[in-house]
Design a protein around this ligand. Structure first.
Ligand code: DQA
Length: 162
């Protein structure tokens, strides 16, 4: 069965293209999603996309993805990265790998952006590579999911580990 990934984008990311272009560039969220869809075909995975500027809707979407048996998440939570215990708890409860992406290099910006409430529980973090970070993040996430599957197989009795 093919891998299923949910790509989650948080507040204001629907405004990419017109939002602070000197920080985030001129590409839109639709451009990012189209590029991820093409990469998804290359990787032979299924991808769903969701964007909301509302914290609770993001939490609900994570729960739904777990009920749908998603394999992992690629996420840019925008400003909620720095504030949301509720989203951290949702990922802890999901117990599936996720990769955190930020378009801008948050460490070159205001100090309140230097704290992430999810980095320490993420499988990986991509920061400051512009929209390309999503593609690197998706490749990394799929690699992690596939290698976790391999280690499960290796652990099965009767299957030699090397
Ligand atoms: C962001 C960085 C956040 O600090 C900011 O609130 C965003 C976008 C990024 O992709 O660089 O909305 O997550």
């Amino acid at each position: 069965m093919s891998i299923r990934v949910l790509v989650l984008n948080g507040p204001n990311l629907n405004r990419l293209g017109t939002r602070e272009p000197s920080v985030y560039g001129t590409g839109t969220l639709k451009d990012i999603e189209n590029d991820l869809s093409i990469l998804g075909q290359e990787l032979a995975i299924n991808i769903d996309f969701f964007q909301s500027s509302q914290e609770g809707l993001l939490v609900d979407r994570i729960h739904q993805a777990v009920d749908d048996d998603v394999d992992g998440f690629l996420v840019n939570l925008g400003a909620y990265t720095h504030t949301s215990i509720a989203l951290r708890d949702a990922f802890l409860s999901a117990a599936r790998p996720f990769v955190e992406v930020h378009i801008s290099n948050v460490y070159r910006r205001e100090s309140f952006r230097h704290t992430s409430l999810i980095s320490d529980i993420a499988a990986g973090v991509l920061i400051g590579f512009g929209p390309f970070g999503y593609q690197m993040g998706l490749r990394g996430l799929v690699l992690k999911i596939r290698s976790a599957g391999d280690s499960v197989k290796r652990d099965l009795p009767g299957i030699p580990s090397r």
